[in-house]
Design a protein. Structure first.
Length: 290
């Protein structure tokens, strides 16, 4: 259902407010560039600092602008199960094709708590769900065994795996089955992730380099890993430069250099430093984007 290159969309800002006109242009540009799906209001979309009303308005705008041309997987995660249910139900109501739900952060649930949380979200609406496992942010790691239990639920269809552990792909193929969509959440290892059995990437770098990353994912899906590696060599410096500081800040700076949107972010994040700007400038040139 979900595969290929799916940018974790930034939320463009202007003078502190969501810039909906630019957001609509970004949706069209991403689709024109070949992206296979769109993932608004994840962490890269500044979900921690959007109000609930802004969150829902961004999802609704992206779904309407995409108009069914590519699937939209709506960011719907929270460490509050009731809030997650609200976002899942809203995503279903406005016509998103899926919901991305992160493991609850900060409150550190047990594996049984994770199962209860995701089952409650699953049961709240008839909408495909992609689990998001990112221990580095949430400080809780969903085990392959727990994921296997959740994969038995009909609408839990895949995982965004940002563990950086490529062995997890093989382990999760055993517990979840080979039809469970394993999607990388880490740009730098996405090529290797696919070789282990992955089917795509929810990508930060694709905000600035959508065509290249769509081509890389298509090559992987076709089994042409040599071609995919050539593209990976072009974009690897950009992955590293964007993530030298918080990735959304690097992505927005790169996009500002390409004339796509402002680099404005919300506190406590700041625009990237001069040193990181220089790295991103060099990486954009290495990738042939400027």
């Amino acid at each position: 259902m979900f595969k290929g290159s799916m940018p974790a969309l930034v939320t463009p800002l202007k003078d502190g407010a969501v810039d909906f006109d630019t957001l609509k242009r970004l949706v069209d540009w991403q689709i024109d560039q070949g992206s296979h799906g769109l993932v608004p209001v994840g962490t890269t979309g500044e979900s921690p600092t959007l109000t609930h009303e802004e969150h829902e308005a961004v999802i609704e705008t992206v779904v309407a602008q995409a108009a069914g041309r590519v699937p939209v997987i709506a960011g719907a995660g929270s460490n509050n199960t009731a809030e997650t249910i609200r976002f899942v139900q809203h995503a279903a109501k406005v016509g998103a094709q899926g919901a991305l739900i992160v493991t609850p952060y900060y409150n550190k649930p047990t594996q049984a708590g994770l199962i209860a949380h995701f089952k409650a979200a699953h049961d709240s609406a008839d909408l495909p769900i992609v689990i998001y496992n990112i221990p580095g942010r949430s400080v809780v790691d969903m085990s392959p065994e727990t994921m296997g239990e959740l994969a038995k639920l009909k609408n839990i269809v895949g995982v965004k795996d940002a563990t950086g552990d490529l062995a997890r792909v093989c382990q999760q193929r055993i517990t979840c089955g080979t039809d469970f969509a394993q999607i990388s959440g880490e740009d730098a290892t996405a090529h290797g992730f696919n070789a282990q059995g992955g089917v795509g990437c929810i990508s930060v770098t694709a905000n600035a380099a959508p065509a290249l990353l769509a081509q890389m994912q298509e090559a992987c899906l076709a089994g042409d890993y040599a071609k995919a590696l050539e593209i990976q060599d072009k974009v690897m410096p950009l992955h590293q430069a964007i993530f030298a500081e918080p990735g959304l800040c690097g992505a927005k700076y790169a996009m500002s250099k390409l004339g796509l949107c402002s680099e404005e972010v919300r506190l406590p994040l700041l625009p990237v430093s001069d040193a990181t700007r220089a790295r991103i400038d060099a990486a954009l040139a290495h990738a042939g984007l400027v």
